[in-house]
Write a new protein. Structure first.
Length: 209
C-alpha cells in the first residue's frame, strides 16, 4: 500500500491508518480533520493527544467514552476544581489510561484553560491563531504523511502553551492536535474525505473571541 490509500467494497478510498477497524474508520470519516471551534471539544482533543503519547490512538479512541465520563465531558471549569481525592479516584479507574503524570497534567491544563479563556475570550480563539498561513503541499502517500509529524506553527504552539504552564504538549502532540481539530487537512490526496474537509475549511468561520 505505497499510496497510503485503501479502497473498501463500495469503492470508497480512505487513508491507510483506519483500515480494519470499524470504529477507527468512523472516526476517520466523520471527525478527523473536521474544523472545531467548541472549547470543550478542543480541550478534550488536546488532552487525549497528551494521553496518547507512547500509545496508539486506537487505544485512546476505544477508551474515549470512559475518559469523557471520568473528566465530565472535558468541562475544564469542573476539572480545574479536581484535587487529590479526584486524582486518586482516576488512578483507580481502569477504563482510562492510569498515568499519574498525564492525569495531573489534565487538571493543571484545565486551570490554564480558565486563564486562557479569560485572556483570549475562548480557547478556540487562542488555538486558531496558529493555523498555518502558507499554502501547504497536499500529502500524496503514506511516506509523505509519516514524514510530516510537526510544523513550525505546532512548534510555536507547543512553546507558547508551555510558557502558559501547560504540560504534555510537545510539538508532536501539538501537531496531532492540529490535525485532529481541522487546523490542517492531512487526509491523503485521493482519500474520500480530503475534498470534503478542504471545502469545510474554506467555509469555516475562524473564531476571534
Amino acid at each position: 500500500m505505497t499510496s497510503g490509500l485503501y479502497t473498501d467494497d463500495s469503492g470508497t478510498a480512505r487513508c491507510w491508518w483506519c483500515q480494519g477497524h470499524d470504529d477507527y474508520q468512523a472516526y476517520h470519516d466523520s471527525e478527523w480533520g473536521y474544523p472545531v471551534a467548541d472549547d470543550h471539544r478542543l480541550f478534550e482533543k488536546i488532552c487525549l493527544e497528551g494521553f496518547q503519547s507512547g500509545l496508539s490512538w486506537l487505544t485512546i479512541l476505544r477508551k474515549r467514552d470512559n475518559f469523557r465520563k471520568a473528566f465530565h465531558n472535558f468541562n475544564f471549569h469542573r476539572i480545574a476544581r479536581f484535587g487529590s481525592v479526584q486524582v486518586k479516584k482516576l488512578l483507580q479507574n481502569d477504563g482510562i489510561v492510569r498515568h499519574r503524570g498525564k492525569i495531573e497534567a489534565t487538571v493543571n491544563n484545565a486551570k490554564c484553560a480558565l486563564h486562557m479563556e479569560q485572556e483570549f475570550g475562548s480557547l478556540a480563539a487562542f488555538f486558531w491563531q496558529y493555523e498555518p498561513k502558507k499554502r501547504r503541499a497536499v500529502l500524496r502517500n503514506k511516506t509523505d504523511a509519516c514524514h510530516r509529524t510537526t510544523c513550525d506553527e505546532a512548534v510555536r504552539l507547543s512553546k507558547d502553551l508551555r510558557k502558559l504552564a501547560w504540560k504534555f504538549v510537545g510539538p508532536t502532540t501539538a501537531y496531532a492536535f492540529m490535525q485532529s481539530m481541522g487546523m490542517v487537512n492531512d487526509h491523503l490526496k485521493g482519500c474520500s474525505s480530503h475534498v470534503g474537509i478542504r471545502d469545510l475549511r474554506v467555509r469555516f468561520k475562524r473564531p476571534t473571541r
